[in-house]
Design a binder for this molecule. Structure first.
Ligand SMILES: [Zn+2]
Ligand SMILES: [Zn+2]
Length: 366
């Protein structure tokens, strides 16, 4: 069959909308009619080259849609099911899965980063030339063939754009709070960066009962949305950021500090902003090859903990429906995360808006 899709042929070039050939799903694979796909910075990292990947590639890893057809041996989903796409499936039986670290599962990493399905081959092509799939999802396209392990059932009364965001930003941010840090009610929390992941972190911390809940961003205009989602205070990032956080936490610093920017300088600030004995959670991806300078003596003397969180330490099969249910019950106001919607043809405008800092989250709808 044919599908329209956004293709990145070379780094630092615009996406091109193309009609591609898409093979039907092989054994263990699922054909999904994509309904919504989030405009996430991780796809932009392919454009800048900060994330290296075989090219040409169809990006898109934050998606939701309807199952159109399934390959041989697929049991978990069938035609007509609504699904959220999971970019980091976990196998359930490896060392990491058995030790409660599902986001570290390595079983599917090799084919995923080769840009293929699990058998090492792509389903997309143009004039016989292979086109690679980002995260084995490639959902900046009308149709996507994905591994069955990447499909998580979505309640049918949840809108697709909300489902798409659960597939990346929400799981990353809310999971960083609930799964990775396990924030307790009454803890003080500071969140650096209030883009899609940062706002999701704010929502997760609000849900956990964090007080005060301090959001920090360079864009002062983000204060309204951060406060609407539960931040008790907003600090415009500047030279007095650390002092402002200490002033709000009896001079100590916050119990938990989340960095969602992935900027080494902000990661270093996060360590300053956390109180002695507190925990810094690094949720934003720093560019490959970058280094962050965290003073070891401070970590030792002040017993500070620095930890990473990847995909919100999620069990997607457990967490996606849980976050969707929290949305349905009004506990996670995911509609507010969505600043603007776009069509597939507007993808370059969408990324221009993201880079210009205009979006909490943009979503492509089909
Ligand atoms: Zn993402
Ligand atoms: Zn595993």
């Amino acid at each position: 069959m044919k599908t329209r899709a956004a293709v990145l042929y070379e780094t630092n070039r615009p996406f091109e909308i193309e009609v591609l050939d898409l093979e039907p799903p092989h054994a263990g694979e699922v054909l999904v009619k994509v309904a919504a796909a989030g405009i996430c910075r991780s796809d932009w990292h392919l454009v800048t080259g900060a994330t290296q990947h075989p090219l040409p590639v169809v990006p898109g890893h934050e998606g939701a849609g309807v199952v159109e057809a399934v390959g041989e041996g697929v049991t978990g989903v069938g035609p007509g099911d609504h699904v959220v796409l999971n970019w980091a499936p976990n196998c359930g039986s490896c060392f990491y899965c058995l030790n409660n670290r599902p986001s570290l599962c390595a079983t599917y990493i090799e084919p995923t980063w080769a840009g293929t399905m699990m058998d090492g081959t792509p389903r997309l092509s143009k004039n016989g030339q292979p086109i690679y799939h980002f995260c084995a999802l490639a959902c900046f396209a009308e149709y996507a063939v994905v591994p069955q392990e990447s499909c998580v059932l979505l309640q049918k009364n949840v809108p697709f754009p909300v489902g798409a965001l659960i597939g990346c930003a929400v799981t990353t941010g809310v999971g960083a709070v609930l799964n990775t840090a396990q924030v307790q009610a009454g803890s003080s929390v500071a969140v650096f960066g209030v883009g899609g992941v940062g706002l999701s972190t704010v929502m997760g911390a609000h849900l956990a009962g964090a007080v005060p809940l301090i959001a920090i961003d360079t864009v002062a205009a983000r204060a309204d949305v951060a406060k609407a989602l539960g931040a008790t205070h907003f600090v415009t990032a500047g030279s007095d950021t650390i002092e402002a956080i200490r002033d709000l936490t009896q001079g100590r610093g916050a119990d938990y500090v989340f960095d969602t920017t992935g900027l080494p300088a902000v990661q270093e600030q996060s360590l300053e902003a956390v109180r002695p004995g507190g925990t810094v959670v690094l949720a934003g991806l720093a560019p490959m090859g970058s280094t962050t300078n965290l003073p070891g003596a401070v970590i030792t003397r002040q017993e500070k903990t620095v930890t990473g969180t990847y995909y919100g330490s999620a069990y997607p099969l457990r967490d996606f429906p849980r976050y969707a249910e929290l949305y349905l019950q009004g506990k996670l106001d995911l509609d507010r995360l969505i600043t603007k919607t776009y069509t597939l043809d507007q993808i370059n405008d969408a990324y221009a808006d993201l880079v210009a800092g205009k979006l909490a989250r943009g979503v492509m709808v089909f």
